[in-house]
Design a protein around this ligand. Structure first.
Ligand code: NAP
Length: 484
């Protein structure tokens, strides 16, 4: 490298590309593929693996379908996915189809970008009652994720066939996921009709019309994790009004507050001063300083279904700890959704910090493969939620990807010294492991657009793995699904 050369400049052009596997085709993976292919001044060959047959991760299976503008960010990646130096390998799962050691053998570098696939728990009695779900299960279902458990979610929405259906929902948490699920449940069928939700989702939500959706924030109005635009949107629903459970809650600006908190408080003050909701309209009820302490159930042993959430008022003590501020009371709940954050999961064979639930790293370089905790054997990197934890919006992944890409490119001269490891696609195919390539995804995409058009909307998401694979022109017998 010459003195003034950028960190990725090589003194001699390599005779082969730097072969990189990116594990996870969601926003974090897409941003790093974009950065690597854009900034490397030598050839790269990227193989973008995802365990499901489609690219886009949370852009497809996390961003709410009634937010088409944010979902459409994925269109920006279409050209990227069709580049000659990028290969999409969908439906390929580490731990099922191959191991991390296989990746190490066939690639120069691996970038883990597989996000945070699990969710945090409340750890309170009754959390596992029927009708108590994680928001991530509910989100996966309404976005049409092929691994979503339709039976569990649809049973919960039918309130166990009680006849009356879900009348009162309690959503626990004060982040954007809590807002998403509360909003989707409070929308009318007409408001959802133009989205790309699968047909069975629209049908189930059309018969789920809770009169009240309660949102529990364990701390105060200045402490919530809502984005202001998302909070404001809650006040713009066709048939639901936002009300504050405690009209006397303090909505004044505390001495120190972030810009977002200040804006959120301004929105809340507008709602506080608004006319009372017209009778007959549905209500989204915001409870601040309120934490769940128990889910109350009823029904035959082993089949108890949630009926109420026991909620304790809270306050901060002199040491800023959250403590009880009064006796608990019950809120009726035919459905409970916990939206208290995602949690990262361990990938077999990859270092993992159990406390932070992230891959330990230094500016994107994976740490800890060697026993002394020194940087891993060169060639392993991480980006996105797997690197920094489940925080931030889609765009947060961009600077994060740039940092990780800088580490990959700085290490490239060293990585390229070894013999060409050959890449993954050819090896997978020689092993008989089928992958959905970009042409397969294009066919799924076309099938979804065509189905949507027959229904008078832009797109209908295919939620069924076999239907996706059939659309991809991929033999479904080659892919027995997640339980193989
Ligand atoms: P989050 O932003 O971390 O919010 C989690 C919420 O759960 C916090 O209010 C937290 O309160 C609360 N909580 C945690 N443990 C709790 C407990 N045991 N009992 C009661 N409440 C508890 O998580 P998220 O909503 O899952 O969102 C994850 C990330 O995705 C965020 O960065 C979010 O902005 C992003 N996202 C963005 C959008 C969008 O931009 N449209 C949509 C969805 C998600 P404390 O603060 O008191 O801990």
């Amino acid at each position: 490298m010459t003195e003034n050369a950028p960190p990725n400049a090589l003194s001699d052009p390599p005779g082969r590309p730097l072969r990189i596997a990116v594990v996870g085709a969601g926003p974090a993976g897409l941003f790093i593929v974009d950065t690597l292919t854009d900034t490397a001044d030598f050839p790269v060959s990227v193989e973008l693996i995802d365990r499901i047959p489609t690219p886009f991760g949370l852009l497809r299976y996390g961003v709410a379908p009634d937010h088409p503008a944010i979902r459409s960010i994925r269109n920006r990646f279409t050209t990227l996915l069709h580049r000659d130096d990028v290969a999409f390998l969908g439906g390929v799962e580490i731990g099922r189809d191959l191991t991390v050691d296989d990746l190490r053998e066939h690639l120069d570098a691996i970038v883990y970008s597989y996000g945070s696939a699990s969710d945090r728990h409340l750890d309170i009695p009754g959390e596992d009652l029927l009708g108590s779900l994680s928001a991530t299960e509910f989100v996966a279902w309404y976005c049409g994720h092929p691994d979503a458990d339709r039976a569990v979610v649809e049973d919960a929405l039918a309130a166990g066939g009680s006849g009356e259906g879900v009348q009162s929902v309690v959503v626990v948490g004060a982040g954007n996921v809590a807002l998403d699920v509360a909003r989707v449940l409070a929308r009318t069928p007409d408001e959802l009709a133009g989205t790309d939700m699968p047909d069975h989702v629209l049908a189930a939500l059309a018969t789920t019309t809770p009169q009240e959706v309660h949102l529990l924030a364990r701390r105060g109005p200045a402490d919530v994790a809502f984005s202001t635009s998302e909070l404001r949107e809650l006040g713009q629903l066709g048939d639901a009004d936002v009300v504050l459970a405690d009209p006397a809650v303090d909505l004044s600006d505390p001495p120190e507050l972030s810009r977002t908190a200040g804006r959120n408080l301004a929105v809340l003050r507008q709602w506080e001063q608004a006319e009372p909701p017209a009778p007959g309209r549905r209500r989204v009820v915001l409870h601040f300083w309120s934490r769940p302490v128990r889910l109350v159930g009823a029904g035959p042993a082993g089949h108890e279904r949630v009926q109420a959430v026991s909620v304790e008022p809270t306050e901060l003590d002199d040491d800023n700890r959250l403590v009880a501020a009064g006796p608990a009371y019950d809120i009726r709940a035919d459905l409970v959704l916990r939206a208290v954050g995602y949690r990262g999961v361990r990938l077999p064979g990859v270092p993992f910090d159990d406390v932070g639930a992230v891959i330990p790293n230094e500016a994107g370089r994976v740490l800890g493969i060697k026993a002394d905790g020194a940087p891993a054997a060169m060639g392993e990197y991480v980006t996105g939620w797997a690197k920094r934890g489940p925080q931030g919006v889609i765009g947060t992944n961009k600077p994060d990807a740039r940092e990780t890409a800088r580490a990959v490119l700085a290490d490239a001269p060293e990585l390229l010294r070894r013999p060409d490891p050959g890449g993954l696609a050819a090896w997978l195919s020689a092993c008989g492991t089928p992958a959905v390539d970009i042409a397969g995804w294009d066919r799924i995409d076309a099938a979804e657009l065509a189905l949507g058009q027959t229904e008078g909307r832009e797109r209908t998401t295919l939620a069924d793995r076999a239907a996706m694979l059939a659309a991809a022109d991929h033999d479904p017998d080659d892919d027995p699904g997640p339980d193989r």
